[in-house]
Ligand binder design. Structure first.
Ligand code: NAI
Ligand code: MG
Length: 352
């Protein structure tokens, strides 16, 4: 089977790291004899917006829905297009319309990466964050009344559906089941948020009954955030609602090194719609145009994409190549080196 992949490089360094992500995936595809067909799109991007008044054409969904995966760089160019316009006009549409209800981020301290936490070795930090990506606290239900008066009030509801909660928990338990430690941690706040979070906890316990081999525990989000920093070695799979997961999934990668290496996936595990693979970082206008962006996040995204498409061996080969490059290969300036984006990308591809 040939995998059809849409290339959406976007803006800024998205355009610089994308060729290196493709280079790594192609190297792995050659080594493991995987068929890949790339199709490049000029949108979504702020350049497209300046010409057309929107980030993408109206029929974007028809154009993209037949692909097996979306390989996404970053969008955003705040000098010309406000960030909420570029983000809501592209990435957030993909997540919602393609029902990418899992946001998955690996958090791993790799060898050769300076760790901001004291006394941590590679191997100490190795877990996944599974964030609910479609409902919860990020609902658009609510409103504002009596604006500008003393009676002004605003209201925004959280929405937790049984289907929405159970499907993210199921994904997280399945992932934990496949890992050696078989340990799942749920983020909650059922002491303070007294209706929706006790419900979340109940569903965690109910789902746990179907996974007797997986040990599960829960932490309130405040102490959980502290434990990410103080004792990250205790985690294996962490599952969280949309808001809590959003916060944890930036904190986690920050604990494991620079933003230039952190990947993420927005998954539709039912495979009705394409899933999207993107670096955690944005378009970095401050360094764009100098070919110094770190391509490792994009390369690692390529590995996650191949894993999701059924090629675990290709994933492992790319991650191993990244690890080796971090130890004795060229480095971009954010990692203390002087190499270019292209040099690092080529070095990784050569190792693969
Ligand atoms: P950013 O992630 O683009 O940059 C933050 C800092 O990290 C900058 O100093 C940048 O130079 C550095 N950095 C980021 N990626 C790097 C890499 N690969 N190698 C070396 N250094 C790297 O976040 P910022 O500055 O808040 O946002 C810039 C634009 O990106 C905005 O328009 C924002 O909306 C957009 N953005 C888009 C995202 C997406 O497409 N998913 C995610 C985050 C931001
Ligand atoms: Mg975030």
């Amino acid at each position: 089977k040939v995998h059809k992949i849409a290339v959406l490089a976007g803006d800024g360094i998205g355009k610089e790291v994308m060729p290196e992500g493709i280079r790594a995936v192609e190297a792995a595809a050659r080594r493991f004899n995987i068929g890949i067909e790339w199709t490049t799109f000029e949108w979504p991007s702020c350049d497209y917006y300046l010409q057309h008044g929107k980030m993408m054409p109206d029929d974007w969904m028809d154009q993209l829905k037949g692909f097996d995966a979306l390989f996404f760089g970053a969008v955003g160019w705040p000098e010309t297009v406000p960030d909420h316009v570029s983000l809501w006009g592209s990435l957030l549409k993909f997540r919602r319309q393609f029902d990418q209800y899992i946001n998955l981020r690996p958090v791993r301290l790799l060898p050769g990466v300076p760790c901001p936490l004291a006394n941590k070795q590679p191997g100490d930090i190795d877990f996944y964050i599974v964030r609910e990506n479609t409902e919860g606290e990020y609902s658009s239900v609510g409103g504002r009344m009596f604006e500008g008066t003393d009676r002004e009030f605003v209201l925004q509801e959280s929405i937790f559906t049984r289907t929405g909660v159970d499907r993210v928990l199921k994904f997280a338990f399945e992932l934990a089941q496949q890992r050696p430690k078989k340990h799942l941690t749920s983020a909650t706040k059922s002491n303070g948020i007294s209706i929706s979070m006790p419900y979340w906890d109940e569903r965690v316990d109910a789902m746990g009954l179907s996974y007797p081999e997986v040990r599960h525990d829960k932490y309130h989000i405040d102490i959980l955030a502290a434990r990410f920093v103080l004792s990250p070695e205790r985690f294996d799979v962490v599952v969280a609602s949309n808001l809590f997961g959003d916060i944890l999934s930036d904190l986690g990668p920050a604990c494991a090194g620079t933003i230039g290496i952190a990947p993420s996936a927005n998954l539709n595990p039912d495979r009705i719609f394409p899933s999207l693979f993107e670096p955690v970082h944005g378009s970095a206008p401050d360094i764009y145009g100098r070919n110094i962006a770190n391509p490792i996040a994009m390369v690692w995204c390529g590995a996650m994409m191949l894993d999701f498409l059924g090629h675990k061996e290709a994933h492992d080969a790319i991650v191993a190549a990244v690890e080796r490059c971090l130890v004795d290969g060229p480095r971009t300036p954010d990692m203390g080196g002087t190499a270019t984006t292209t040099e690092v990308g080529k070095a990784i591809a050569a190792i693969i």
